[in-house]
Design a protein around this ligand. Structure first.
Ligand SMILES: [Zn+2]
Length: 137
């Protein structure tokens, strides 16, 4: 389960709206808890994939490293990754699955005609994604 703050959810939706019709991506920061991950904030990362930015994302590892260090200094950590699916359902693609790690929440927000709609979170279990519940943090 992912416990997500309202501020983090708003930040993800705003980012997804701004980058439409391209994909946005970023990290969620918070802390792991028993039976859940708690994400209190969302931070933007660059999308290195400019060739197919409408349906692929490649999170800039430099942004990831920087945000990871900043979170650790505050006693927090990266608990998940978010990205948008412009004009596609909020379901992981095969590419998303290939790039996923266990122990993270993967939020996907579907953006339909420029407006963020469905908002789902998934976690990797073995070799497949399972949708997880999102609650307000
Ligand atoms: Zn995707």
């Amino acid at each position: 389960m992912l416990k997500l703050s309202a501020a983090a959810r708003q930040a993800i939706n705003a980012h997804a709206r701004e980058t439409y019709p391209h994909e946005c991506c970023g990290v969620m920061i918070g802390r792991p808890a028993t039976g859940a991950r708690i994400a209190t904030e969302a931070q933007r990362c660059g999308n290195l994939n400019t060739q197919r930015a409408h349906d692929r994302f490649e999170l800039d590892p430099k942004d990831y490293m920087r945000l990871d260090r900043q979170a650790q200094k505050r006693g927090l950590e990266i608990v998940g990754i978010y990205h948008s699916h412009p004009d596609h359902p909020a379901k992981p693609s095969q590419t998303d699955l290939n790039a996923a790690w266990e122990g993270y929440s993967y939020v996907i927000v579907s953006v339909q005609k420029g407006e963020p709609k469905d908002f789902n979170s998934f976690e990797l279990k073995g070799t497949a994604f399972e949708q997880e519940k999102i609650e307000n943090a």
